[in-house]
Ligand binder design. Structure first.
Ligand code: DLL
Length: 437
């Protein structure tokens, strides 16, 4: 196989040099972190008052972990390390409650992110001859703009298609001769179903590759998409707290995701003891970002469960590989690529006086896509045979949830006391999607 490298010196850098580079960048990050209200307090408490207190990479272990809740508590500017007039953009994703986790970028941060994205895209064999249809949400979500900038950096012709509307997506693929797609794996499968329904022939399309990420999927799902759409599928991992996509990506070997270790220090810890797991064992990924000045984050708990490969990759890159994410160490659900915490749903429905005491959240597959159903009891003074107030309540729940979690669920109302009660801890979430990861 002919491998191509966007930044060959860095991608194939000997590990000892990579670690020296990491230490140098970590010191710079600590220096930045000390300028934020949050870390100034945290770091000075443990005796880290300047970057000179970081002497080796092991000194990172002295620093406490940072969580999504910390980010939420620091909302809106508690993690900002540069003057606000130097910030050019923000991205945000859902927190466990209504407060979003917000990340700020300087102009250089955006350039660096685009460069990491270009590195990912180029490592799959794409180049400036490609036409790239970016079929994912633009906006506060990082998937749209992140891939968009990376595609442009590579020199591809980027179509900012956005998510949804399969008929329009096919038309664009045919009109512009799209060669590369980006979407969630569930949308790629949905696309294939719609393609058959609409009678779009595969021969009328020029697609060769697809990037799939933002939600967990199995190797079987990858093989299925590859067989159905006749494309090579590359797994793409990232999270908004670490810029978004571009953290780890599969190269042409399609065997594990290279995590860019000049941009991130990766640790894998036992989520209960928070101690490092043994080499190759599954645990929670903890990341320290080395490539962003506006919002430094040290030892951030991603909550994603994965493990390191122990063998180097055939492509010659020295940056370690992660196994595909097998799950999470918290209760966050990912529904068609959108992150949802059950607590966000609870906050909405329990805030309505017409809603009774019990509710159930069900996630299942509807074709290739995910479907969310929220079942709630209503208070006993609402008569179940009077449909008008019931329909109005259903609409109200649906609309409020849509505004809060960006998903429009199916809502079912049940008589007071009719939903099952568990004897021990309440089981309020039923995730019925096949667990084949
Ligand atoms: O999903 C960023 C992204 C956009 C990644 C496009 C890849 C492609 P968030 O919305 O903050 O950011 O969600 C991050 O999604 O912690 C994982 O739980 C999950 N996730 C992302 N990529 C993968 C993947 C974006 N390839 C959260 N496999 C992460 C499994 C993934 N889970």
């Amino acid at each position: 196989m002919d491998f191509q490298y966007w930044a060959v010196q860095i991608e194939k850098m000997p590990r000892s040099e990579l670690e020296t580079l990491q230490l140098q960048k970590l010191k710079a990050q600590v220096d930045l972190a000390l300028r934020t209200p949050f870390y100034k307090e945290r770091l000075t408490k443990i005796g880290i008052k300047s970057k000179d207190d970081i002497k080796t990479l092991d000194d990172l272990n002295r620093i406490p972990f940072t969580s999504k809740n910390d980010l939420r508590d620091g909302f809106p500017y508690g993690f900002l390390a540069i003057p606000k007039e130097e910030v050019v953009r923000l991205h945000a994703s859902s927190g466990t409650t209504g407060t979003p986790t917000t990340i700020y970028f300087s102009r250089d941060d955006i350039k660096r992110w685009a460069d990491y994205m270009a590195r990912c895209i180029y490592s799959t064999g794409c180049d400036k001859n490609d036409v790239f249809q970016n079929m994912i949400t633009y906006g506060l979500f990082t998937g749209g703009l992140g891939f968009h900038q990376g595609g442009e950096e590579v020199g591809m012709l980027v179509i900012p298609a956005g998510a949804g509307n399969t008929a329009r997506q096919f038309k664009m693929m045919q009109d512009y001769g799209t060669t590369v797609l980006h979407a969630t794996p569930s949308f790629l499968l949905h696309l294939e179903t719609k393609m058959r329904e609409a009678g779009v022939s595969r021969e009328s399309l020029s697609i060769k590759r697809a990037f799939a990420g933002a939600e967990p999927y199995s190797e079987d799902t990858r093989l299925r998409i590859e067989a159905l759409l006749k494309v090579d599928v590359y797994n793409s991992y990232g999270l908004s707290e670490m810029n978004g996509p571009g953290v780890a990506f599969e190269c042409q070997c399609k065997d594990g995701l290279h995590i860019w270790e000049d941009g991130y220090i990766a640790e894998i810890v036992d989520p209960n003891t928070l101690q490092p797991v043994k080499e190759g064992e599954i645990g929670e990924l903890v990341l320290t970002i080395l490539c962003r000045e506006a919002t430094p984050l040290l030892r951030y708990r991603t909550r994603d469960l994965t493990s390191f490969y122990t063998e180097p990759c055939k492509c010659g890159r020295t940056h370690r590989r992660l196994h595909r994410i097998t799950g999470r160490s918290d209760d966050m659900l990912i529904i068609n690529g959108v992150n949802v915490f059950p607590s966000q749903i609870e906050e909405v429905i329990m805030g309505m006086k017409e809603v009774g005491n019990n509710y159930l959240i069900i996630v299942e597959k509807d074709g290739a896509l995910d479907k969310l159903t929220v079942k709630t009891e209503v208070i006993s003074d609402i008569f179940m045979d009077d449909t008008r107030p019931l329909n109005a309540l259903k609409e109200k729940i649906k609309e409020t949830l849509q505004a809060s979690i960006s998903i429009s669920p199916k809502v079912e109302l049940h008589e007071s006391g009719s939903l099952p009660i568990s004897e021990g801890k309440a089981v309020r979430v039923q995730d019925k999607r096949p667990k084949d990861v």
